[in-house]
Design a protein around this ligand. Structure first.
Ligand SMILES: Cc1cc2nc3c(=O)[nH]c(=O)nc-3n(C[C@H](O)[C@H](O)[C@H](O)COP(=O)(O)OP(=O)(O)OC[C@H]3O[C@@H](n4cnc5c(N)ncnc54)[C@H](O)[C@@H]3O)c2cc1C
Length: 620
């Protein structure tokens, strides 16, 4: 490997999917015909396409970006060919049920593959990612025509999809959308302007299906007055044939900080009397319908965060192995002492361990949520409502955490990974600076992280009288509890228990304030609580990984006749055995996280429970 080429961490994906979550043992009949071998093959194929075809687009797409010319947008060189390979490979319909034309694979596996392609080139992956999300929405909620004619075109990638919420005056405040939709026979005519539409115009496909929020005449103000529409770029006949250009045009693209290969478009509707749009569901159901797409998209953004954090960490680790600088600390007075790779310096190791343990936690969180969604759908299908309800609650509470925690930590990891390079991280020769720029958007779009925190504290914390939150805490308790007697993890278990108690206390404090009628202070501490919850959930997932890895290590050591308590023998073994090194890395991740990272939960809990009102009272 080199410090400039992308490498997907297939080994860790396999560990999470097959050793931690054990998705191959899901008894759901939908997955009966699949096997671990098939899953491995799909993961390996994704890795091959991502590393060989998609990753080479990352730098050129960043440097050249998209080009706007009189309403048209040209994507960077190589995008068309890669999109065609992606489309033909059937990757867009990976998790779509087989009876609807997809591959029917588990969501957890689909998210791992999203990580693989996003890590290779995040900007490129926006086009098929949004297409897949739009297809999922129409499959679930479209009318017969949308399901039979439009959906297959999205599933095959012949056409692409977008989601259009944002307008100049309506960003976080989606309820302020002004785009109008007036009924005309079996459809509507839409007028208005949308901004920041990812992949809103491009040259990868002959048609684009915009999923768009608008407002019908006399609809009530705010989100209750919104409806959802399907607005094709080119009008579509009943049989799927393409007709005239619809009255929706791209009026420009943004010049931005990162993901430059993804066209961020302004769309103008209504210069010729209004764009034709077809309603999805009924009038006034727009936000409800849009949430189907947004909830999936929020977990996907968490996985985007994982993907770039992982790519940045891999590249920085390779660089640290290659870059020789300075001597060992014991020999620093000796001018003739051997010069060592920077990975031997304690501070560089600290940075890499921080990055690695965070990435492991992000991956565990994202894929665990995917697996929970698979179990939920399975429970629903067999009519087990009680189980389905619990699984759904976990997803509801952890969706904003996956989106916001992963994206915040991704940006921090990308910045730390850059630091590993020193000056070389700051220049364009290496990918580190692009990862920092590309990853910033994850905390902003799909609802800023501030809005995710509001969702957690305002809706999810008190959901079902606090039972949904308790469901998440049960999972945390179970994972921490399983550490007991499972290996040499007493100190780590205690650190996790303390952090969990701090979280419980902080959450109770905010719920108490809210029940006492104070809405302001809980909102002021919403981001802190989300971070604290993410820290604890991720800590418990790393504990789970260490427990599983310790079991594997003990087995391997016993076969090799090795005493794991003998430090010298253990080190020699780890240096010579890649598999043992991988598993021991999980132990190190937990130790590092529990003792070096988790202490920040004390500060967060203290700030939350302080009842300090400066944020509310300060005049700025
Ligand atoms: C590259 C890019 C791609 C995008 N792609 C899409 C897309 O495909 N489709 C689409 O519809 N949109 C897209 N967006 C828009 C994106 O979702 C919005 O930018 C985002 O939701 C924030 O809206 P805003 O920019 O208007 O910020 P504002 O809403 O003005 O927010 C500014 C700040 O105020 C905070 N804030 C606002 N309201 C509150 C509140 N009530 N409580 C607490 N804090 C608050 C925010 O957290 C933020 O920190 C994209 C944006 C970018 C930059």
């Amino acid at each position: 490997m080199s410090a400039t080429a992308f490498e997907n961490d297939l080994r860790d994906q396999q560990f999470v999917l097959f050793e931690q979550l054990r998705i191959q043992e899901n008894p759901d009949p939908r997955f009966r015909e699949f096997s671990r071998d098939l899953y491995d093959m799909v993961l390996a194929e994704a890795k091959k396409l991502a590393e060989g075809t998609v990753a080479p687009l990352n730098k050129v797409g960043d440097r050249e970006g998209c080009t706007f010319d009189n309403g048209s947008v040209r994507t960077p060189p190589g995008y068309k060919e890669a999109y065609e390979a992606f489309r033909q490979g059937g990757w867009i319909g990976l998790i779509t049920p087989q009876e609807q034309g997809g591959q029917g694979l588990p969501i957890s596996l689909g998210l791992a593959i999203t990580e693989t392609f996003t890590g290779a080139c995040c900007a490129f992956m926006m086009y098929p990612g949004l297409t897949s999300a739009a297809s999922s929405l129409l499959r679930a909620m479209g009318d017969d025509w949308m399901k039979s004619v439009i959906f297959p075109k999205l599933l095959s990638g012949d056409w692409t999809g977008t989601m259009c919420l944002t307008e100049p005056q309506a960003g976080s405040a989606v309820g302020d959308v002004r785009t109008t939709a007036v009924r005309e026979g079996d459809h509507y005519r839409l007028c208005g302007s949308k901004i920041f539409v990812s992949c809103g115009e491009h040259d990868l496909a002959e048609n684009t299906i915009h999923i768009m929020l608008g407002r019908t005449p006399d609809a009530p103000a705010g989100i209750k007055g919104l409806s959802l529409f399907m607005v094709p770029k080119v009008l579509v006949g009943p049989d799927g044939s393409l007709g005239e250009r619809n009255d929706v045009v791209c009026s420009g693209i943004e010049h931005k900080m990162g993901i430059n290969g993804s066209a961020t478009c302004s769309l103008s509707l209504g210069d010729k009397g209004g764009a034709h749009g077809w309603i999805i569901g009924r009038e006034g159901e727009g936000i409800l319908r849009m949430f189907h797409m947004m909830n999936e998209a929020r977990i996907a953004v968490g996985v985007q965060g994982l993907a770039l954090a992982a790519a940045a960490t891999e590249a920085a680790t390779d660089y640290a192995r290659e870059r020789v600088q300075g001597t060992r600390i014991k020999e620093f007075r000796d001018a003739a002492a051997e010069r060592v790779p920077i990975i031997e310096h304690a501070d560089v190791k600290r940075m890499l361990l921080l990055c690695r343990s965070q990435v492991a936690g992000m991956r565990a969180l994202g894929l665990m949520l995917g697996h929970t969604a698979d179990l939920w759908h399975g429970a629903e299908a067999r009519g087990d409502e009680a189980e389905a309800g619990k699984l759904r609650d976990t997803i509801e509470v952890l969706t904003p955490v996956c989106k916001a925690w992963n994206s915040d930590q991704c940006f921090a990891v990308a910045a730390t990974a850059l630091q590993v390079y020193g000056g070389y991280g700051y220049i364009g020769e290496y990918p580190a600076e692009q990862y920092v720029r590309d990853s910033k958007i994850f905390s902003i779009y799909e609802g800023t992280n501030g809005i995710q925190a509001l969702d957690l504290v305002g809706r999810k914390l008190g959901m079902k009288g606090g039972m949904a939150f308790m469901q998440v805490m049960n999972g945390v308790n179970e994972r921490i509890g399983m550490l007991e007697g499972a290996g040499p993890f007493d100190a780590e278990r205690q650190a996790l228990e303390k952090a969990r108690d701090r979280l419980g206390e902080a959450a109770m404090h905010l719920m108490g304030l809210a029940m006492g009628g104070d809405q302001d202070l809980p909102v002021a501490h919403a981001c802190d609580l989300l971070t604290l919850l993410g820290d604890v959930v991720v800590g418990s997932l790393l504990a789970d990984q260490a427990r599983v890895a310790w079991g594997a290590l003990k087995g391997a050591a016993a076969s090799a006749g090795l005493n794991l308590d003998d430090a010298a023998l253990r080190t020699a073994w780890l240096n010579s055995d890649e598999s043992a090194r991988f598993y021991y890395g999980k132990i190190d991740n937990l130790r590092f996280y529990a003792h070096q990272f988790l202490p920040r939960t004390a500060a967060l809990a203290k700030a939350i429970t302080s009842s300090d009102r400066t944020v509310l009272d300060a005049v700025i």
